[in-house]
Design a protein around this ligand. Sequence first.
Ligand SMILES: Nc1ncnc2c1ncn2[C@@H]1O[C@H](COP(=O)(O)OP(=O)(O)O)[C@@H](O)[C@H]1O
Ligand SMILES: [Mg+2]
Length: 324
Amino acid sequence: MTDALLTIEDLHVSYRGHESTAHILDGVDITIGRGQSVGLVGESGSGKSTVAFALLGLLDGNAQVSTRRAAFDGREMRFGVDETRALRGTDIAMIFQDPMTALNPMFTIGTQLVDIQRRRFPRESRNRLWGRAQAMLVDVGVPDAAARMHRYPHEFSGGMRQRVVIAMALLVEPKLLIADEPTTALDATIEAQVVEVLDRLRQRTSASMLVISHSMGLIAELCDSVIVMYAGTVVEHGPVRVVFSRPRHPYTRALLACEIDPYAAFDPSQDLATIPGTVPDPARRPQGCIFASRCPARHDRCNERPPRRQTREGRTYSCWQEAA
Ligand SMILES: Nc1ncnc2c1ncn2[C@@H]1O[C@H](COP(=O)(O)OP(=O)(O)O)[C@@H](O)[C@H]1O
Ligand SMILES: [Mg+2]
């Protein structure tokens, strides 16, 4: 695909321990088109943040990372090395779950919003950068932006802090914006407001987005396509409307059954009910289908690795069960 901003084929991440090796990502493929918004969904521990961290070169030093192929903005890349780290804060910006990860408690918001732009716009005056920052705060819905520029992070509420972090990410005009559980730390009403801000920005900026969440509702709201991850593998991938209205993989079905209806009015308080059973130990991954031990439709065939099937609507899924 020529107009992809990001292509990753067969991403593996593992951590070698004393006795065994934990395979956290086992052959993940991701493509994000320019201006496209892709959701990454799966239970906690499925490896979503690991994907983001691999992209940003933020994995722990002992992580082993490999890909068959990776390219960003038309350039071949190797992940987890300086090349990818150089993209951070310019071509790729990240919004974390906890806004304080991105904010320094010692400096005013204004100073931080100016400093973040320096690498991107080294020749602009402080005045210009200050003006851009203030305008961006207005854009993300921070009231009284001119005065707030002089305040410190602790003087903001959680929701306002996350808006500041979104402004911070957008000020560098990234080609890719990664939001890792951007609203999980917020309470329900504030969460809905932040989703609204992200949705508005998505329609306005040309940036691509990778939205990571365990909430199908949030993904339905913000994304064009969705990647469903289970235990470090992609089990289903396709346009949001196709995957959510006619899920093929039993795991996607189970996830959706836990959340009432992703197209119903967005209710962020809906949390993932538990699917019976547990995720396989990353150090002892089964030979066959990764979901078999928890799958209601399991049969003998599932002891072998399932094929990746394609349906006409542009969706792929990995399961022995053929589409009805
Ligand atoms: N440094 C590490 N060493 C070993 N395992 C790790 C390390 N970092 C993360 N993991 C494991 O990787 C798995 C996936 O984690 P993560 O990507 O954070 O999942 P998610 O974001 O989907 O909740 C978890 O089982 C976690 O324990
Ligand atoms: Mg995570």
